[in-house]
Structures are given as C-alpha cells and as structure tokens.
Design a protein. Structure first.
Length: 255
C-alpha cells in the first residue's frame, strides 16, 4: 500500500507528535488528546490501514508492516522526528516504529500494550479476528467492550460512540489487525532502543494489566513507567482527563 495515502489529520504548530489509535477505532477518538497537544505541537493523528478512511489492510501484514506504512506516511508529509503516542495496537506499532525507524522517533510513548505474548495465548488473540470473519462485528462487540471499559461506563451508555464505530468497522481490517497482534514480539529487541520512552498503563486495565506495561518499560533503557489512576484499557476515552494529566506533564519533562 502506498502509505502516503493513509488518512491523517494535522493540527497545531511546533515539534511533531504522532497519534496511533487502538484496533477497531480511528483517529477521531484522539480528538481530546490532539487538541491538548496542538497548543504546542504539530500533531498528526493517523487512521491505520484498514481503519477509518485509510485503505484496506493487507492480509498477512505484521505489526512491523503497519509500522513501515506509518513511517512512509511520516516521511511523505515531511515529519523528521516526532513524539509517537500509541495506545493498544497503536502502542505495539509505535514500538516497531521506534525499533525499525529510530530516526523518526524523538520520544516513544506506548500506552496500554505489552511487548510480547505467551505462546499459548496467541491463538486466542488471533481468534478475535476469526470470530468477526465468521459472524460479523456484532459477534465480537460485547466481549470487546467488556475488555475495554468499566461496567459503570458501559451501563451509563458512555461507550456508544465506540460501539457504533466497532459495528461499522471493516471485518477484514479488524481480522488482519488481530492476526498481526497475535504475532507481536518486540521484547528481546527493546534493549537496543536509544530514544526516550514513557510507558503508560491504566490502573484498571484488564485487557493489558499494568504489570505487562511495566515489564515492557523495564526492557527499554531509561524508560519511565506511569500509571493512569482509575483508567481502564481505553484510557484516552473513559479516563480522558486522567490520561492527559499523566501524558502532558510527562512529555514536558526534559530528557
């Protein structure tokens, strides 16, 4: 895919910041974060392949392939070095971006993601994509929302925009993404990173418990580990204000 056609939105002026969304969502769910960063940065929010308004994902694509697509986009639009904030699938892609294209990354900020999976659970992860191929997005909707949000948030109807987004998703984009996620394994290479890193976990994240994010941070030389109080997996949605209260000061600290 010619990655220069990946849909993206740029706001603000100043040093570059890039936002990479979770699987199943799109760049619109970064709006509050983009607005907060745009007061001091040029923010590029990206629709990943197979998501939002971007072209379809390629069957068999790995997390590294998604990272290469993002890298080609950034080079095409003139980004030199950027703070790269990625959440969940976006955080996995951010890791590969920093590993494969370190010249593009001034600070790595992976949120709510691990750096590897135990081999015995990889088939279960890939099954999340296969289930949608068999039964459509409705077949995976409720289990996904339960992993991503707290019961109170769901009961209050606050996750309805996410529900609508998931139901309208391209099944192929969802399935290809989960197969890529099932193959994630950056852990043994993270020791080679030479860029500042801030690894952020949600305190109530049941999909990726904080200990897994902390394990990733421990593998990156000099990385910082931060926790968003009260936040579940989709910390930038349900825990938006708390997420920004952790992210923004962390990015402002000298490195």
């Amino acid at each position: 895919m010619p990655a220069s056609v990946l849909h993206h939105v740029r706001t603000g002026t100043g040093p570059w910041a890039v936002l990479l969304h979770p699987i199943g969502l799109d760049l619109t769910f970064w709006r509050a974060t983009a607005d907060a960063l745009a007061s001091s940065r040029s923010v590029v929010a990206v629709d990943l392949p197979g998501h939002g308004l971007s072209p379809a994902a390629q069957a068999g694509a790995t997390v590294a392939d998604y990272a290469d697509d993002v890298a080609r986009l950034l080079r095409a639009i003139g980004v030199e070095r950027a703070e790269v904030v990625g959440l969940s699938f976006g955080g996995m892609i951010a890791q590969e971006l920093a590993l494969r294209h370190p010249d593009l990354v001034s600070c790595l900020v992976p949120c709510g993601c691990p750096s590897r999976f135990a081999d015995d659970i990889r088939p279960n992860i890939a099954e999340r994509g296969a289930a949608a191929e068999r039964g459509g997005m409705a077949a995976v909707l409720e289990p996904t929302l339960a992993r991503w949000f707290t019961p109170d948030f769901l009961a209050a109807g606050e996750a309805e925009p996410v529900r609508r987004r998931l139901l309208s998703d391209d099944v192929g984009g969802w399935a290809h993404g989960w197969r890529a996620i099932a193959g994630l394994d950056t852990h043994s290479r993270l020791a080679g990173l030479r860029v500042p890193a801030i690894c952020i976990a949600g305190a109530r994240d049941e999909a990726v418990p904080p200990r897994l994010v902390e394990e990733m941070a421990a593998a990156i030389p000099g990385a910082e580990f931060r926790v968003v109080p009260g936040a579940p997996h989709m910390m930038h949605v349900e825990g938006r204000d708390a997420f920004l209260s952790v992210l923004l000061p962390a990015l402002q600290e000298p490195r």
